[in-house]
Write a protein that binds this ligand. Structure first.
Ligand code: NDP
Ligand code: BG6
Length: 510
C-alpha cells in the first residue's frame, strides 16, 4: 500500500496481489490484434509474474480451432511480436490453461457453451473465477457479443462482488455520435458502467501516463499552466506508415475517426484538464469530461478550424511511395482523409484565447507523437529579436513516441565576449534514465482491467462528448465529398491547409 501511495500508477499492481482467479476470454481470438498485441501482453504479464496464480485463457471465434492449434498459434505470435523472446517455461504456465471455444457472435447457444466452459474451469479449480471478456472483433459484432453476454448470464456473473465480470471493448467506439449513443445504450442493457473498459491504447503508453505525473507531481508547472503564460499548444500525432493492408477499414474511417476523435483528444484532455481531486478513476474521468465539454464547436467554413487532406505520391526514406488513391483497396475517387488538422478553442477560465492545434496523418515525414506547450515571449525590452539575439519561445515538449522524453527550449548566451543568444534545449530521455524495455500499452491495460482499475479507460460520457464535437465535421465532410480535400506529398509535414490553421494566429508548426 505504501508503494502504491508513492507511485500512484502502480496501484493496479498492488490491487492485483489480492486479485481473484481470472479467466480472460478473447472474442476474435484468431485475429490480427490478438496475435500482435493481446497474446504478447499476456505472455509478458506472465513473465513479470503479474498474472493471478490461477489464470486461464480462452479464445473464442467462429472458426473451429482445436485447443492445441490455438496454443501453437499463440506461441508463434509471441515469437514474432513479443518484446521479449519466447521462454517455454513462462509460456507453458499459461499454455497449459489455454483453451478455445468455437461459436458465432450472435449464437446464444454458443454463449451458453462458453458459460458452461467457464463453469467447468471453476469446478475443476474449486473456486469462483472472475471473467474478463475482451471484445477484439470488428465493431459490427460488438452489440451481438454484448447482448449474448447478457442473455447467457455471463455479464452479470458475481455482480456485487469485486470479482464480477468485466468487459474490455476495442476501438472504434462508434463512428459518430448516434452510433456511440446506441452502443452505450446496448452496454447499459447488460452491464453496469464500472464493468466496462473502453480501450484507447494511447492511455496505456508510459509517456501518456507520465503527462499526469509531470503536471501534478511538479510544482513549477501549475502556476504557468494557463492563458497568462501559455501562447499555444500543438499536438502532433504523425505516422510514417500508409494505409497498408487496412484499406477496407480505413476507407470507412479516415484520420479524424481513427486518430483525432480518440487518441489525440485524450492527449488534449490530459494536457488541459484541471487537477483531479484524487487519482481515482472517476475523479480523473470527471475532469477529462469537464474539459471536453468546454471545447467550442468548430468553425467548419473554409479557412476555419478544420483541414483535411490525402497523401499524394512522394518519397520516403529515399524510396518512391504511392499516393492514397493508388493504394490497394482504395476507391480512386475516395473522399477519406488521411490527414486531419484541427484548431480548438477551450472556453474556460484557464484556456480562453489559447489555441490548441491538433494534426494527425499517415505518410508524414516522421513517426512522432508530441505535445508542445509554447509559452509567451518575454517583453522585448532587453533582448529584442535581432541578428545578435536569436530567440525562440520557451517550449515544453512531451515526446510521447518514439524516443520518449521531455524537452524544454530556453534561450541561452553563446559563450564569448559579446552577448549573443541562441535557443538551447534541456532534454530528459526515458531510455537513458530508465532503460528501454518498458511494458507495452496492452500489458498495462489488460492488467488494469483485470484488477478493476478503470483510470486508463474511456468512460461512456467521455466518448459521447468527443463525438459530439466531431460529428458535425464528419457530416460536413461527407456532404462535401472530395470538394475541399487538400493533398500533401507522402513524406511531408502535411498540406497547406494544415499550415494555414496555425498561420491564422501567426503561429507555425514546430
Ligand atoms: P480482424 O479483422 O483480424 O478480426 C478479428 C476476428 O474477428 C477475426 O479473426 C474473425 O474471427 C472475426 N471477424 C472478422 N471479420 C468479422 C466479421 N465481419 N464478422 C464477425 N466476425 C469477424 O480484426 P483485428 O484483430 O485487426 O481488430 C480487432 C478489433 O481491434 C477491431 O475492433 C479493431 O478496430 C481494433 N483494433 C485493431 C488494431 C490492430 O492493430 N489490428 C489496432 C487498434 C484497434 P473468427 O472468424 O474466428 O470469428
Ligand atoms: C490505431 C489506428 O488506433 O492506432 C491505426 O487504428 C494507427 O491507424 C495506430 O496506426 C497508431 O498507434 P501507435 O501506438 O502505433 O501510435
Amino acid at each position: 500500500m505504501a508503494e502504491a501511495q508513492r507511485h500512484p500508477f502502480l496501484q493496479g499492481l498492488s490491487k492485483h496481489r489480492g486479485s481473484a482467479p481470472t479467466v480472460v476470454v478473447i472474442f476474435g481470438a484468431s485475429g490480427d490484434l490478438t496475435a500482435r498485441k493481446l497474446i504478447p501482453a499476456i505472455y509478458n504479464l506472465s513473465f513479470d509474474n503479474l498474472l493471478p496464480a490461477d489464470f486461464f485463457l480462452v479464445g473464442y471465434g467462429r472458426k473451429a480451432i482445436p485447443d492445441e492449434e490455438f496454443r501453437t498459434d499463440a506461441a508463434a505470435a509471441i515469437k514474432e511480436f513479443s518484446r521479449r523472446e519466447l521462454n517455454e517455461e513462462v509460456w507453458g504456465r499459461v499454455a497449459q490453461r489455454t483453451t478455445y471455444v468455437a461459436g458465432g457472435y450472435d449464437d446464444k447457444a454458443a454463449f451458453d457453451r462458453l458459460a458452461a466452459h467457464i463453469a467447468e474451469i471453476e469446478k475443476n479449480l474449486g473456486r469462483e473465477v472472475q471473467a474478463l471478456f475482451y471484445i477484439s472483433t470488428p465493431p459490427s459484432v460488438f452489440a451481438s457479443i454484448l447482448l449474448n453476454l447478457g442473455a447467457s448470464g455471463l455479464a452479470s456473473k458475481y455482480l456485487g462482488k469485486p470479482h464480477h465480470s468485466k468487459v474490455i471493448i476495442e476501438k472504434p467506439f462508434g463512428k459518430d455520435l448516434n452510433s456511440a449513443l446506441a452502443l452505450n445504450q446496448t452496454i447499459r442493457q447488460v452491464l453496469e458502467e464500472h464493468q466496462v473498459y473502453r480501450i484507447d491504447h494511447y492511455l496505456g503508453k508510459e509517456t501518456v501516463q507520465d503527462l499526469l505525473v509531470q503536471r501534478f507531481a511538479n510544482s513549477i508547472f501549475e502556476p504557468l499552466w494557463n492563458r497568462n503564460y501559455i501562447d499555444s499548444v500543438q499536438i502532433t500525432v504523425a505516422e510514417e506508415v500508409g494505409v497498408g493492408t487496412r484499406g477496407g477499414y480505413y476507407e470507412q474511417s479516415g484520420a479524424l475517426r481513427d486518430m483525432i476523435q480518440n487518441h489525440t483528444m485524450q492527449l488534449v484532455a490530459l494536457t488541459a484538464m484541471e487537477p483531479p481531486v484524487s487519482l481515482d478513476a472517476e475523479a480523473i474521468r470527471d475532469e477529462k469530461v469537464k474539459l471536453l465539454r468546454a471545447i467550442q464547436p468548430l468553425n467548419l467554413a473554409p479557412g476555419g478550424d478544420v483541414a483535411r487532406a490525402q497523401y499524394a505520391a512522394g518519397m520516403m526514406g529515399g524510396k518512391p511511395v504511392k499516393g492514397y488513391l493508388e493504394e490497394e483497396g482504395i476507391n480512386p475517387q475516395s473522399a477519406t482523409e488521411t490527414y486531419a488538422g484541427i484548431r480548438l478553442s477551450i472556453n474556460n477560465w484557464r484556456w480562453q484565447g489559447v489555441p490548441f492545434y491538433l494534426r494527425s496523418g499517415k505518410r508524414m515525414a516522421r513517426r512522432v507523437t508530441e505535445i508542445a506547450v509554447n509559452f509567451k515571449r518575454p517583453p522585448g525590452t532587453l533582448f529584442a529579436e535581432s541578428e545578435r539575439f536569436n530567440l525562440a519561445p520557451n517550449t515544453l515538449a512531451f515526446q510521447i513516441q518514439p524516443d520518449e522524453g521531455l524537452s524544454l527550449v530556453l534561450n541561452g548566451k553563446i559563450p564569448g565576449l559579446e552577448t549573443r543568444t541562441q535557443p538551447v534545449k534541456m532534454n530528459f530521455r526515458y531510455s537513458t534514465t530508465f532503460g528501454s524495455n518498458t511494458p507495452e500499452a496492452y500489458e498495462r491495460l489488460v492488467l488494469d482491467a483485470m484488477t478493476g482499475d478503470g483510470t486508463l479507460f474511456i468512460r461512456g460520457d467521455e466518448a459521447e462528448t468527443s463525438w459530439k464535437l466531431y460529428t458535425p465535421v464528419l457530416e460536413a465532410w461527407a456532404k462535401a465529398g472530395r470538394e475541399g480535400m487538400d493533398s500533401y506529398p507522402a513524406g511531408s509535414w502535411g498540406p497547406p491547409s494544415g499550415d494555414a490553421l496555425t498561420a491564422k494566429n501567426n503561429h507555425i508548426w514546430r
